[in-house]
Design a binder for this molecule. Structure first.
Ligand code: 13P
Length: 249
C-alpha cells in the first residue's frame, strides 16, 4: 500500500515568530485521515520546528540542500547539516529552484544521490511549463526530467523517493490541473517507472500533486487512483486550510 502524504512547502515565508505561532495552530488541528503530514519551513526555522513538533504527528522537512557533503559553498546547506538537526526528508528540484537558481537535471541527479547516501528521503519535484502543455509536450518534458535525475538509481532506492508532479503553470496561479489532467500525468509517470524498473517500484511510488491545491479542490484531486497526496504552497500557511487538505483523503 502506497503512503498518502500531504506536505506543506512554506517557501520563503514565516520568520521565527510566525513559525512558532503557525506550529501552535497546526498542533491544535485534528487529523482524521491516514495521510502523513509534513511541513517545510525555511532553513533558519528548522530547528525550532523540529523541536516544537517532536511529540506530534508532523514531520519537519527541508526545502533544498547542496549535493556536496561540505566545503566552500557559501550560503549552502548540506545533507549532514540537515541530518544533524534530525531532518530526514528533503524537497529537491522544485520548479522555483530550477527557474531562479538554474538547477539542472545533472545537479539534481547529484543531489538525489547525496540525499540517499545520507539515508534521507527525497520529495522530487518536476513538471512542465505552460508552453510545453500548449505544445502537447508535457509528457516528453516530464519524462526527461525524471529519467535524467532519477534513472541512475537502483530499484530499491525508490523506497526513499516520493515524486511531486507540479505543473509550473498551476503553481501560485490559482489555476489547478483538473483532476483528470493530474490523473493522466500520474498514470503516465507510474507506467514510466513500471517500464524502467518493475511493477513493485511503480506500485509503491507515492506521487503527489502540487499547484494551487486548496480545501475546495483537494478532495476531488485526491480521489484519483494515482494521486497519493499533495505538495501544498499557499494553503499550507493557514493551519485550518492545511488540515482541511490533509483530511480531504
Ligand atoms: P501553491 O500551492 O501555492 O500553488 O504552490 C505549490 C507549490 O509550489 C508547492 O511546492
Amino acid at each position: 500500500m502506497r503512503k498518502q502524504i500531504v506536505a506543506g512547502n512554506w517557501k520563503m515565508n514565516n520568520g521565527l515568530i510566525q513559525t512558532k505561532s503557525l506550529i501552535v495552530e497546526l498542533k491544535q488541528q485534528t487529523k482524521t485521515s491516514n495521510a502523513e503530514v509534513m511541513i517545510a519551513p525555511t532553513f533558519t526555522n528548522l530547528w525550532h520546528a523540529f523541536e516544537a513538533t517532536r511529540q506530534d504527528d508532523i514531520e519537519v522537512i527541508a526545502q533544498n540542500m547542496h549535493f556536496a557533503e561540505n566545503g566552500a559553498y557559501t550560503g549552502e546547506i548540506s545533507a549532514g547539516m540537515l541530518k544533524s538537526l534530525g531532518i530526514q526528508t528533503v524537497i529537491l528540484g522544485h520548479s522555483e529552484r530550477r527557474a531562479y537558481y538554474n538547477e539542472t537535471d545533472e545537479a539534481l541527479a547529484k543531489k538525489v544521490s547525496t540525499a540517499l547516501e545520507n539515508e534521507m528521503r527525497v520529495i522530487f519535484c518536476f513538471g512542465e511549463e505552460l508552453s510545453d502543455r500548449k505544445a502537447g509536450k508535457q509528457e516528453d518534458v516530464v519524462k526527461s526530467q525524471l529519467v535524467n535525475a532519477l534513472c541512475h538509481l537502483k530499484a530499491q532506492d525508490f523506497k526513499h523517493i516520493v515524486l511531486a508532479y507540479e505543473p509550473v503553470w498551476a503553481i501560485g496561479t490559482g489555476e489547478t490541473a483538473t483532476p483528470d489532467q493530474a490523473q493522466e500525468m500520474h498514470a503516465f509517470i507510474r507506467n514510466l517507472f513500471r517500464d524502467r524498473y518493475n511493477d513493485e517500484v511503480a506500485e509503491n511510488l507515492s506521487i503527489l500533486y502540487g499547484g494551487s491545491v486548496k480545501p475546495s479542490n483537494a478532495k476531488e484531486i485526491f480521489s484519483k487512483p494515482d494521486v497519493d497526496g499533495g505538495l501544498i504552497g499557499g494553503a499550507s500557511l493557514k493551519a485550518e486550510d492545511f488540515y482541511a487538505i490533509v483530511n480531504a483523503f
